[in-house]
Write a protein that binds this ligand. Structure first.
Ligand SMILES: [Fe+2]
Length: 481
C-alpha cells in the first residue's frame, strides 16, 4: 500500500472514529434536572424528580448520611413513575416515611441500567420552632450566561445562610420555557438543588396559556402535590414546617385565581393552628414596577386581600415585578395604624419589630436574575401607600431574602449581591414578634365572609368588568398619550 493510500485510509478511519464517538456520546443517556421538593410534611415527605433522554425506570436509592459508606449498598430503594414530556422522560418518586431531623444521602436513576445521577443529600425538618429559609424571585433567564449570573445570587444566599432549611423560588424560572432554558437552569443551580429542599412556585413564564400556550410544564418539572391541585399552568400546595404552615399559590390558575383554589386555601389555612401562616406566590399584590396596576394585579388584589386579611396571614412573598418592595403591616388594603414597634439592632441594622401586629407584610424581593425593572413613575396608590421600602435594583445586583423563625419571633432580611464584585449587602430588615398567648391566632372566618367568597359568579363578573375597564383605560391612555 503506497503512502498516499495509507494517508487517505488514516483520514477516513479518523473521521469514522470521530463520528463514532459523537454518535456514542449522543446516544449515551444521562440523569439531569434533579430536584428534591417539599411535599405536605417537611419532616417526613419529599418528592424527587429528574429527566433522562431515554425511557426507563424511576429509582431512588436513599440512605441516612451517617450510614452512607460511599456505595449505596445499604440504601433503601423506592420506585416511582416515568412519563414522556417534550421529547424527554420525566421521572418522579415520592417518599413519605423519612425520619425527622435527619440528613439523607441519595441518588436517582435506573437501577437495572446502572444509570445514576450525582450523589445528593437532603435534611428533613426536625420539627422544632427554629428554622430559616431563603427566598429568591424571577431568575427568568434565557441564556446559559444569564442563568450562571443569577446563580451567583443564590450562592451569595447560601454563604449568608448555609443553615437554611429550604429554598423557595417565587416563579419565572425561565423566560421562554424551552428545553434549553430548563437545562441551563438545572445545570447552574445544581449546587443548591442537589443539597437543599426546593419549594417551587409557578410563574407565568413557566408554562402558561398566556405565555405561548406552553402548558403542563410546571407539573412535569418538579415532584409536587399529586392531587387535583395541578392544572395546565401550575400547581398549588401547602406544607408544614416547624411552627409554620406555608401555602404555595398558583397565580396562573384561570387568570389569575380560580374559586377552587381559593376554597382550597381557606380550608387549608383554617385547618392549621401553626404560629406562622405564610404564602408564597408569583404575581405580587403590591409592587411599583411595570406591573403595578395591570389588570391581573388589580384582579388579584381584589380577590386575595380580603382572604389574606381573614386568614390572618403573616407574610406573603411574591415576585413578577422585578423591583424591591416590602410593605408595613397591611389590613383592608391600607397600612395598619397603631402598630406597636420595638427596635433591635439585627446584623448591625436598626430593625423595627412589630409586636403582636394586625395585618400582613407583603414582600417582593426584586429578582435574582438580571432582568430588572425601574420604578414605575405612575406607581402611587395603593402600593406606595403601604410600602415601607420600594426601590429598583437595576445596575446593582441580584436580590435574595432570608427569613428566620425562632418560636414567636420572625426576622426577615433582604440582601443584594453586587453584579461585579459579588459583595453582599444587607438592604432591609423587619421583624414580627408574637408574645405568649398570641402565637396561634384563630381564623375568624364568619359566615357572611364565606358567603361572599362562595358567591363566585358575581365576584368573577365584577373582577372581569374591572379588568376590562383597566384595559380600556390603558388603551385610551396609549392613544391619548
Ligand atoms: Fe412573572
Amino acid at each position: 500500500m503506497n503512502s498516499r493510500i495509507k494517508k487517505v485510509l488514516a483520514v477516513v478511519l479518523s473521521v469514522m472514529m470521530l463520528f463514532g464517538s459523537f454518535a456514542m456520546g449522543a446516544s449515551a443517556d444521562e440523569v439531569k434536572r434533579i430536584s428534591c421538593t417539599m411535599v405536605e410534611d417537611g419532616s417526613s415527605g419529599r418528592g424527587f424528580s429528574w429527566y433522562t433522554y431515554e425511557d426507563g425506570a424511576s429509582d431512588l436509592q436513599i440512605v441516612k448520611t451517617e450510614e452512607f459508606d460511599g456505595t449505596f449498598k445499604n440504601a433503601k430503594l423506592y420506585e416511582g413513575s416515568t412519563a414522556k414530556f417534550r421529547q424527554q422522560y420525566v421521572h418522579k418518586v415520592y417518599v413519605n416515611d423519612l425520619e425527622a431531623g435527619t440528613s439523607y444521602t441519595y441518588r436517582v436513576g435506573d437501577a437495572e441500567k446502572d444509570l445514576w445521577g450525582e450523589t445528593c443529600s437532603v435534611i428533613t425538618d426536625d420539627g422544632d420552632d427554629s428554622f430559616s429559609f431563603i427566598t429568591i424571585a424571577d431568575v427568568q433567564a434565557s441564556s446559559d450566561e444569564n442563568f450562571a449570573q443569577a446563580s451567583l445570587t443564590l450562592k451569595g444566599a447560601l454563604e449568608v445562610a448555609p443553615e437554611a432549611e429550604f429554598i423557595a423560588t417565587l416563579g419565572d424560572y425561565v423566560n421562554d420555557n424551552t428545553n434549553d432554558e430548563w437545562d441551563w437552569y438545572f445545570k447552574n443551580f445544581a449546587f443548591a438543588n442537589n443539597y437543599y429542599t426546593h419549594v417551587p412556585v409557578a410563574g407565568n413564564h413557566d408554562g402558561n396559556i398566556t405565555n405561548k400556550f406552553n402548558t403542563n410544564c410546571f407539573k412535569n418539572m418538579f415532584a409536587l402535590d399529586e392531587s387535583d391541585n395541578q392544572s395546565l399552568e401550575g400547581v398549588y400546595y401547602s406544607f408544614d414546617y416547624g411552627n409554620a404552615h406555608i401555602a404555595v399559590l398558583n397565580t396562573n390558575d384561570i387568570y389569575p385565581m380560580s374559586q377552587a383554589q381559593r376554597n382550597w386555601l381557606i380550608n387549608d389555612m383554617k385547618q392549621s393552628d401553626a404560629t406562622w401562616k405564610i404564602i408564597l406566590m408569583h404575581r405580587a399584590l403590591y409592587s411599583a414596577g411595570k406591573h403595578f396596576n395591570k389588570p391581573d394585579t388589580i384582579m388579584m388584589r381584589n380577590i386575595l386581600l380580603p382572604l389574606f386579611d381573614e386568614l390572618n396571614i403573616d407574610m406573603v412573598y411574591a415576585g413578577h415585578d422585578h423591583m424591591y418592595l416590602r410593605t408595613t403591616q397591611v389590613y383592608g388594603d391600607a397600612a395598619v395604624e397603631g402598630t406597636t414597634y420595638i427596635e433591635e439592632i439585627i446584623d448591625g441594622k436598626t430593625t423595627k419589630i412589630a409586636v403582636d401586629p394586625e395585618g400582613t407584610v407583603y414582600v417582593l424581593p426584586a429578582t435574582a436574575g438580571t432582568k430588572r425593572y425601574n420604578l414605575n413613575d405612575d406607581a402611587t396608590n395603593p402600593a406606595l401607600d403601604v410600602a415601607d421600602k420600594a426601590f429598583s435594583t437595576s445596575d446593582w445586583g441580584g436580590c435574595f431574602c432570608v427569613t428566620e423563625i425562632e418560636g414567636g419571633k420572625l426576622v426577615y432580611k433582604a440582601y443584594l449581591v453586587d453584579d461585579e464584585t459579588q459583595k453582599i449587602e444587607l438592604i432591609d430588615t423587619y421583624a414580627i414578634m408574637k408574645t405568649e398567648g398570641n402565637t396561634s391566632e384563630e381564623s375568624n372566618l364568619d359566615e357572611s365572609f364565606m358567603a361572599s367568597v362562595m358567591n363566585y359568579p358575581a365576584n368573577l363578573f365584577k373582577a372581569i368588568m374591572e379588568m376590562l375597564v383597566s384595559y380600556f383605560k390603558m388603551l385610551f391612555d396609549l392613544i391619548a398619550g
